[in-house]
Design a protein around this ligand. Structure first.
Ligand code: IPD
Ligand code: CA
Ligand code: CA
Ligand code: CA
Length: 274
């Protein structure tokens, strides 16, 4: 039995506090107040309530840490201390359509030593309230689902690979670029899935359910915990050029070493030929 650090206990406790609230709201989703942040970018009272509860709980445990929140934006804390990067409800569209595939994502990001901005992510949790699955990782301590150590898949052959992605939607993302990449990858793999929660796409790469994942346009709260999970599970995560800036460039490609390199070849080829 593995025991995680005190910090993870704090994070998991906060996520578990929010989970019943999210399950209740999910059960009464037709009555929830929903507004739009963009043409097809929805936010509900459930997203906001979940975020507020997480902020309250985490603040009790670490009063001087700042936040980067999907709904509330940035809240400054002590610049020498880490900050929380939070997506209180990843998969809002699924949630609002009664599809039980969504998660809470919480990452801990350290300040850079030179005091300029934010650096390494050292802890991450992705919690799925409906299935009660808890994925967590700590830097150099591995990736886990509850007390089971996670490894990325061992598949080496693209023709056996099940790969996840995200598809641009109304008012969001570069559909032409997506179509080029999709056209290059789809004929070579066994299957492609678009389940609508990037945090879980990454957690499922870490756990070997998916052999790879690519998407563009994601935000730090969508990926920070998941990137740590995939890397701690022995996988590779880069931007589309193979570089080390998937968050800054808002392009993410993840998989085991062989899958990552094969998918990267197809993806980079499709962008070169554009
Ligand atoms: C969305 C999901 C989705 C991805 C979108 C994200 P949200 O997050 O992760 O899979 O394709 O780009 O915005 O809004 O449901 O938290
Ligand atoms: Ca959103
Ligand atoms: Ca999200
Ligand atoms: Ca969200």
């Amino acid at each position: 039995m593995v025991s995680h650090s005190g910090l993870l206990t704090v994070i998991e406790r906060a996520a578990r506090k929010v989970a019943p609230q999210l399950r209740r709201d999910f059960g009464e989703v037709q009555h929830l107040q929903v507004s739009r942040k963009g043409p097809a970018d929805f936010v509900s009272v459930a997203d906001k309530k979940a975020e507020n509860t997480l902020v309250q709980e985490l603040r009790k445990a670490r009063p001087d840490w700042g936040f980067l929140l999907e709904e509330g934006g940035e809240i400054e804390g002590d610049p020498m201390k880490p900050r929380w990067v939070i997506d209180p409800l990843d998969g809002t569209s699924n949630f609002l359509h009664g599809i039980p595939h969504f998660a809470i994502s919480i990452a801990v990001q350290e300040p850079r030593r030179d005091g300029r901005g934010w650096g390494e992510v050292t802890t991450g949790l992705i919690y799925q309230p409906i299935t009660d699955e808890s994925y967590w990782a700590e830097k150099s301590r591995g990736a886990w689902r509850h007390d089971q150590r996670l490894r990325v898949s061992a598949r080496r052959d693209l023709s056996e690979a099940l790969v996840a992605t995200g598809i641009p939607f109304l008012g969001h993302g570069d559909l032409a670029q997506f179509s080029r990449i999709f056209g290059a990858i789809a004929p070579s793999v066994a299957g492609i899935r678009r389940f609508g929660a990037a945090t879980l796409d990454l957690a499922w790469v870490a756990s070997g359910r998916f052999d790879g994942f690519w998407e563009s346009g994601l935000q730090p709260w969508d990926v920070q915990a998941g990137i740590l999970l995939v890397r701690e599970a022995g996988g590779f995560v880069t931007d589309f050029r193979g570089g080390s800036e998937p968050v800054e460039r808002r392009e993410i490609l993840a998989g085991n070493d062989i899958m990552h390199s094969k998918l990267h070849k197809l993806l980079a080829g499709s962008l070169r030929n554009a």
